[in-house]
Design a binder for this molecule. Sequence first.
Ligand code: PMP
Length: 376
Amino acid sequence: MNKYLLTPGPVPVSCETQLAEARPLIGHRGKEFSGLFSSIETKLSGLLKTDGKTVIFPASGTGALEALAANFIGPGVSVISVSCGVFGDRFREIAALTGADMINVDVEPGEGVKPHVAATAVASNPNASVLLLTQNETSTGVFNHIDEIVAAIPQEIKPLILVDGVSSVGAMPCFPQKWGIDGLATASQKGLLTPPGLAFVWLSERGWNAVSKRKCPSYYFDLVRQKKDLFKDAPENPYTPPVSLYYALDHALDEITDKGWFSLRDRAARSLAAGIEALGFELLVKDKRFRSPGVTAFFHPSGETDAILKSLKSMCVEPAGGQGKFKGNLIRMSHYHDVRWPEISLALGSLYAALGDARRGAGDFMRRAYEVWEAK
Ligand code: PMP
């Protein structure tokens, strides 16, 4: 039986994207592949609203974070890391492994990063040369307003801003050039609606200048080596690319660049959240402004969240559980793919069934969710 996958990556991909991935292979040194690569680059530039190019290589999101760390950070580099969850911590850990001097700022998981928190950290550490941020903290369903954070940072001492956009790009606005980000990392299997396996790194002009002056200790992740091939008239990769995934991505990007996609994701998130609350669950992220358009995290006050999750899974409805300190006590349901009212009602109906009589709230959850969906 097919599972209804609601994990925050991988996410369900459309039949058309699967068909595109199944196309016969072509060689990666030649006009046809360069054409495919250029088409993807044009669509990515449109999505990120940038005139720059994006490095693409086979890896997961962690590989993209590692690439940023290897190229920008090293022994003795002073790095500020602002983390509000498991993935902020991971970016920090990768940076620390390079031998950097870490300045760690922690925000309570479930809360978003307020601009003044990052701005104060930078003002108190004027010699820091790198700031690490996470746009969408997948472990808690927190969406951070990177544009506001970067704008709050004192410009005269602005460090290089490196952002984990692994679970944000594609599902919510992420405009690195406009916002003043210097390095952005993402991956294929969440907002980009493509199977896992592709990592992406975008750099600003300031970012490219910074990495050109350093010697990257990694051969595979050396962005300057990637740049040489990427910026050719007929772009190619220094190493063998997963051609089938390029076909899939080229198609998936057409689905995302449709007008209204970001607001549709946000609308689905709000409608689902309204139904979840009416069912008697509590949302982890209390402040609505920080709720992710890609993934919603919630728990049941009875303390039986894990039993409910197991029950959902037995129905072949498959969200993710909690991570870190929320292990065993959180459900994370994603809505990166084309979730509209039928999908929302399926998720809420299954939650209702999974709750069982003893835990069922009295709220008219379907009506509540539908009202929010209809209000747009
Ligand atoms: N950062 C964030 C925000 C993520 O959500 C994830 C994956 N859940 C990662 C990094 C790591 O990505 P991957 O599992 O693709 O290596």
